[in-house]
Design a protein around this ligand. Structure first.
Ligand SMILES: Nc1nc2c(c(=O)[nH]1)N(C=O)[C@@H](CNc1ccc(C(=O)N[C@@H](CCC(=O)O)C(=O)O)cc1)CN2
Ligand SMILES: Nc1nc2c(ncn2[C@@H]2O[C@H](COP(=O)(O)OP(=O)(O)OP(=O)(O)O)[C@@H](O)[C@H]2O)c(=O)[nH]1
Ligand SMILES: [Mg+2]
Length: 451
């Protein structure tokens, strides 16, 4: 139901400089005029005045009216810019509701913007992601999507499909012209390029997800190699206790830090070894859990010592997990007993040389982490950050693949038409053209109130 008038506080709860109440729907102007009396409003012009209920002053505020369709929602929309008093703004909202508006559902303003064609579904989803972004990379990716970069890409894929469909339909419609072979020859490379383009776009999800959700990295290795020292060096904080007693870290320690705009959640763990100490044994268990929950593990070796059975024990725990592996050889400032070649021979991976103590190699390590996080990002201006979009892109690529296979086998062009239409519909799930009501419901109920 979109023909009633809704209202909500659009700013976060609590005390602030200014609090905004948003009102949208056919009665927005009438409600505003009751709350904030004025003979007329000029579209988009903010004016100052009093809000009184039965003579009692509720706030000295500012108000603005946007006439449909030139508003965020595409409906008549009013805003009251009140003092940022939690109690004050609540009283004004109650008065607005008394004057004929009803409380908005979470995401209802943006849902109306979508239903009124002000934005497509990918842009509406981006509004939610942008608001809740917790890193600069996440904010940047969702803002691009909000500005319509993904929408544009999807629409251009759909345009290409429409062109291809028109040509296939010509073959079906004029069988006497014998266009089949010629058309297949011309369309195949186009479809193959589209398929690759769709899969390439879907592959940006790896980097997109890290931009949106952050990167989980665990520090692992036997006791005393310098894991806690590295946590401190990477985060620039004196976060974890460092001593030369093996078994210093007993529990996992997590610290977030910013890596070129990406949120990295770094976990320091208890050194892995077999132990009779009950507390330490539980710590080792927790280390193993932390490894399993991480995308990347930094396996640390002490270059001033020898490779021991404990190193192998730690490595086995890492190999059992799905975490990707980066090996560092620490303490290169001290005497050098281990070379990179030794490590390569023993563990099959070439290590990065660092000193957690002096900071040598830490910038290179950060660079490696950043490259890892952004791999597959390609030059793409578009980063996919949403699993729903990945599924839709992959499905569209599959359907185009079916069309390609059918064409190559000389199967009836009618089948090709079906496959290409299916691909078009899959892409429509991203823009919202071909998506079910339930999915739309699910997307908007995740929004916050007032958005
Ligand atoms: N005060 C205020 N600030 C805000 C918002 C808002 O709703 N109110 N926004 C809410 O998220 C964001 C801005 N987004 C907006 C998007 C479209 C329109 C809008 O009125 N569009 C019309 C007219 C454009 C024009 O006049 O040129 C349109 O698209 O037709 C307004 C805000 C961030 N800042
Ligand atoms: N020379 C040198 N010493 C280091 C370096 N990194 C760490 N150390 C020292 O090695 C010892 C152990 O460091 P920690 O960071 O506590 O090692 P850990 O791996 O966290 O140890 P556990 O918590 O016991 O598993 C401390 O005395 C550190 O000062 C380094 O790069 N060079
Ligand atoms: Mg430690």
């Amino acid at each position: 139901m979109t023909n009633d008038t809704i209202a909500a506080i659009a700013t976060p709860p609590g005390t602030g400089g200014v609090a905004v109440i948003r009102i949208s729907g056919p009665d927005a102007e009438a409600v505003l005029k009751k709350v904030f009396p004025r003979d007329s409003f000029t579209h988009g012009q903010l004016v100052y005045g009093s809000i009184r209920r039965e003579g009692e002053l509720l706030d000295m505020a500012m108000a603005v009216l946007f006439y449909a369709p030139k508003s965020y929602t595409g409906e008549h929309t009013a805003e009251l810019h009140c003092h940022g008093s939690a109690v004050g703004v609540r009283r004004v909202l109650d008065y607005v509701l008394e004057c004929g508006a009803r409380p908005a559902q979470p995401g209802e303003f943006t849902r109306r913007a979508f239903l009124n064609g002000k934005m497509d579904l990918s842009q509406a989803e981006a509004v939610c992601d942008f608001i809740s972004a917790s890193s600069r990379a996440g904010a940047k990716a969702s803002l691009g999507q909000l500005a319509g970069t993904l929408k544009k890409r999807v629409l251009s894929f759909q345009d290409m499909l429409t062109d291809a469909l028109a040509r296939v339909e010509a073959v079906v419609e004029y069988p006497e012209e014998d266009l089949e072979e010629e058309t297949a020859e011309e369309l195949l490379p186009i479809l193959e390029k589209m398929q690759a383009g769709l899969l390439g776009l879907a592959d940006t999800y790896r980097a997109g997800r890290i931009a949106k959700e952050g990167l989980r990295v665990v520090l692992a290795g036997k006791p005393n190699v310098g894991k806690s020292s590295l946590l401190n060096a990477l985060t620039g904080m004196d976060r974890a206790i460092v001593t030369n007693v093996p078994g210093t870290t007993r529990d996992t320690i997590e610290q977030e830090f910013d890596l070129g705009g990406i949120a990295v959640y770094l976990t320091d763990t208890a050194g892995i070894r077999s132990t009779d100490d009950e507390i330490e044994a539980q710590g080792v268990k927790r280390s193993e859990n932390a490894i399993n929950e991480s995308k990347l593990a930094i396996f640390m070796l002490d270059g001033s010592g020898e490779i021991t059975e404990e190193d192998h024990l730690a490595m086995r725990a890492l190999k059992k997990s799905k975490a990707d592996l980066l090996v560092v050889l620490n303490k290169l400032d001290a005497c050098e007993r281990l070379s990179e070649e030794d490590v390569k021979r023993e563990f099959g991976v070439f290590p990065l040389r660092i000193s957690a103590k002096t900071g040598a190699g830490i910038d290179t390590l950060k660079q490696k982490l950043l490259e890892y996080a952004e791999q597959d990002k390609t030059a793409a201006e578009v980063l996919i950050t949403n699993e729903r979009h990945v599924f839709a892109l992959r499905r569209a690529a599959d359907e185009i693949g079916e069309a390609i296979a059918a064409m190559k086998q000389g199967i009836d062009m009618d089948c090709v038409t079906i496959d290409l239409n299916a691909a078009w519909a899959s892409l429509g799930e991203i823009t919202g053209k071909t998506v079910s009501e339930e999915i739309i419901d699910r997307i908007f109920t995740k929004f916050c109130l007032g958005k």
